[in-house]
Design a protein around this ligand. Structure first.
Ligand SMILES: Nc1nc2c(ncn2[C@@H]2O[C@H](COP(=O)(O)OP(=O)(O)OP(=O)(O)O)[C@@H](O)[C@H]2O)c(=O)[nH]1
Ligand SMILES: [Mg+2]
Length: 251
């Protein structure tokens, strides 16, 4: 049985470090976990990927062969991921791990909002799938910002169409505000009260309407707070992953 865990989130939200910690966490507990780097543009990673899209797609070659700048080459490289599906799939099959943790590109718009990323996610043949969406702890600085990142998280869910776990990353950096953030995430009532206290009435009203709509539609962010520095919360995250991946199996 192979479970695929896609780690998505805004640029710099801690996806790659979380990938490295999660794989280590599973390995320390005797599971066979493998990493798949799906970011063609990354220069260095905090782990040694078992499968690496950079072995198949080379940004520098694209820049030279097609006269592209770095951004153009990155767009082309992202679009090419779908065309390399078979190659990546056969590498996953060959390893046949219990978990394959997929570190997705930093530019979330290139991965989630173009055709290639969702194609890869839906066509990867594994037994079950889950996405971790990283809410960068340092960006969730107000209830309005929390709602705006929740919108992005729900938008990614619409695109990738997998079960999703929302993780608050870098919890060690927001220790003093952690309780408050988790309250906004865990209770729409607490979030409304916090939004009522915001000075910018127009944006607070918009945020309230948006969060109500998301809650009504069943998108409840319910954050799992983790730190890849202290490892605090990794146990909870792995429990959430186990639940989500097992549910996929039943359904
Ligand atoms: N203090 C702290 N720093 C973190 C944590 N997770 C990541 N970082 C730091 O945040 C920065 C970005 O982390 P990455 O793991 O590279 O983030 P990413 O989402 O993979 O970044 P891109 O792929 O470039 O979008 C690095 O400097 C990490 O060391 C954490 O839990 N705590
Ligand atoms: Mg990264």
């Amino acid at each position: 049985m192979t479970g695929a865990i896609f780690v998505a989130g805004t640029a710099g939200s801690g996806k790659s470090l979380l990938t490295s910690r999660l794989v280590q966490w599973y390995r320390d507990r005797g599971a066979f976990a493998a990493t798949l780097n799906l970011d063609p543009g990354v220069a260095s990673l905090p782990y040694e990927p078992d499968i690496d899209v950079r072995d198949i797609i080379d940004i520098r070659t694209l820049m030279e062969n097609f006269g592209l700048g770095p951004n153009g080459a990155l767009v082309m490289a992202s679009d090419m991921i779908a065309t390399k599906m078979d190659e990546l799939q056969s590498q996953v099959d060959e390893l046949n791990p219990d978990y394959v943790i997929v570190d997705t590109p930093g530019q979330i718009e290139l991965f989630a909002f173009r055709a290639s990323g969702p194609y890869f996610v839906s066509n990867l043949q594994v037994d079950n799938k889950a996405t971790i969406f990283a809410f960068d702890g340092t960006l969730v600085s107000s209830p309005i910002n929390f709602v705006s990142i929740s919108l992005l998280a729900s938008s990614v869910k619409l695109r990738l169409k997998t079960a999703q776990i929302n993780a608050l990353t870098k919890r060690d950096l927001v220790a003093d505000r952690l309780k408050e953030i988790l309250e906004w995430a865990g209770s729409s009532h607490a979030l409304e009260i916090a939004l009522n206290g915001e000075k910018e009435t127009e944006y607070s009203l918009l945020s309230k309407d948006l969060s109500r709509s998301m809650a009504k539609a069943g998108f409840a962010p319910g954050l799992v707070a983790v730190s890849s520095t202290t490892m605090n919360g990794i146990l909870n995250l792995s429990a959430a992953l186990a639940r989500t991946l097992n549910q996929g199996e039943d359904g």
